[in-house]
Design a protein around this ligand. Structure first.
Ligand SMILES: CC(C)(COP(=O)(O)OP(=O)(O)OC[C@H]1O[C@@H](n2cnc3c(N)ncnc32)[C@H](O)[C@@H]1OP(=O)(O)O)[C@@H](O)C(=O)NCCC(=O)NCCS
Length: 201
């Protein structure tokens, strides 16, 4: 009981006006890596031994993707890649409380007419700040970017067993366009992955 009260007391109630959504800066990439590591449980159980390595890998991977974002155009449209953060400022102190990545990808090169589409990944919000509309605002910001780039659809993947994620996307108007089985070394554990799309008005 006491622990519950303490947990509630520690979770700040957000005024979303104090949350700024903007592109991540180089010096903030380690905060993004930290949120992703914790949100996707790379800090739990045996994986906890390798947490610093996971963080380093995620940060370097992101840095590389953002630096290679200037590779010009192909298949009719320019390549885009943005990592946005939700930055919360209270009493003069700022902290990164959420993150999302959005960028263009090319459909299979072997298809007769490969084309670019917009894909969202790595959406995560710090545990202390969940259920206060931060993910929704990050996703809406991606919609604005998508339209600014001249696209009318957004795509993303969510695991079939990620109820929170599924509810969030459903609420924002995403629809399932494909169900995929993820390959796994364990034959009896082949999780389902959903491919979702949102058409922008
Ligand atoms: C999924 C996640 C990003 C949601 O972030 P969030 O900031 O808490 O989400 P929001 O507050 O913007 O929620 C918007 C809506 O999504 C749904 N939702 C979000 N979290 C939910 C939960 N735990 N249970 C049920 N519905 C939920 C609700 O419909 C909610 O609206 P409501 O609060 O008015 O009912 C966050 O829980 C997270 O980081 N999870 C771990 C990483 C992850 O799964 N990322 C998604 C990968 S595809």
């Amino acid at each position: 009981m006491t622990a519950n009260i303490a947990n509630i007391a520690q979770s700040p109630v957000l005024d979303l006006h104090q949350v700024e959504i903007r592109a991540v800066r180089e010096e903030e990439i380690h905060c993004v890596a930290d949120i992703i590591t914790r949100s996707f449980h790379f800090d739990r159980g045996w994986m906890g031994w390798f947490t610093p390595l996971f963080k380093l890998g995620i940060a370097e991977d992101l840095r590389h993707r953002l630096r290679s974002n200037i590779s010009g155009s192909s298949h009719g449209k320019t390549q885009q890649q943005v990592c946005s953060i939700a930055m919360y400022t209270d009493l003069g102190k700022s902290q990164v409380i959420g993150t999302i990545e959005v960028g263009t990808r090319i459909t299979n090169y072997r298809q007769p007419t490969p084309h670019r589409y917009v894909y969202i990944s790595n959406l995560a919000v710090s545990r202390d700040f969940r259920r206060q509309g931060v993910a929704r605002d990050l996703l809406l910001d991606c919609e604005r970017l998508t339209q600014a780039w001249g696209y009318t659809e957004l795509y993303l993947h969510v695991m079939g067993n990620n109820d929170r994620g599924r509810k969030l996307y459903e609420k924002l108007g995403y629809q399932i366009v494909a169900m995929e089985t993820v390959w796994s070394i364990v034959p009896w554990h082949r999780p389902e992955r959903l491919f979702l799309c949102k058409q922008l008005g």
